[in-house]
Design a protein around this ligand. Sequence first.
Ligand SMILES: Nc1ncnc2c1ncn2[C@@H]1O[C@H](COP(=O)(O)OP(=O)(O)O)[C@@H](O)[C@H]1O
Ligand SMILES: [Mg+2]
Length: 164
Amino acid sequence: MRSATVVTTSEDQTVALGRHIGGLCTAGDVVLLSGELGAGKTCLIQGIATGLAVSEYTFSPSFVLVREYHGRLMLYHMDFYRMETPAEVLDLGIEEYLDGDGVCAIEWAERAADHLPREHLHIGLQYVPGAENSRRILLTARGSRYEDMLQQLTTATRSFAQWN
Ligand SMILES: Nc1ncnc2c1ncn2[C@@H]1O[C@H](COP(=O)(O)OP(=O)(O)O)[C@@H](O)[C@H]1O
Ligand SMILES: [Mg+2]
């Protein structure tokens, strides 16, 4: 499966979706997130952390570039919101995270798309006009590893998520 869309109607549902993604993650996985401020990127990553059995709460890292969380796998949570040019991202030296055995989850990933792995799960979150607590979430798998993951995710979440 290459792409799938789901609408969540609460923060809890977005976190639950993230939790299932975290449960499916394996060493070296990369999850790239995009969407406006308040779209729910950080909420979703909090869910991924829970799914990876991380015990600490994950705060938004808008002011700190990389946060590390110890779970079943390491989770590296990055936020490129403050990156003005892709070159700044290169200067960060995040290759060691991207090439390592942890899971990388990156907010505002589009700010450095050319410098990130071509194979990844992309998650785009959008507001739904007129529905304050709803978000349309489009998942796109780039690479067969992520196609498998997406297939499993849609099956695992069928009880609470209507996929299109
Ligand atoms: N369906 C939903 N999914 C995720 N967040 C939601 C949803 N509905 C309302 N919210 C609210 O939107 C905000 C999302 O914040 P956050 O995850 O920090 O966004 P971002 O990281 O994209 O800037 C939170 O205040 C959350 O309570
Ligand atoms: Mg955020």
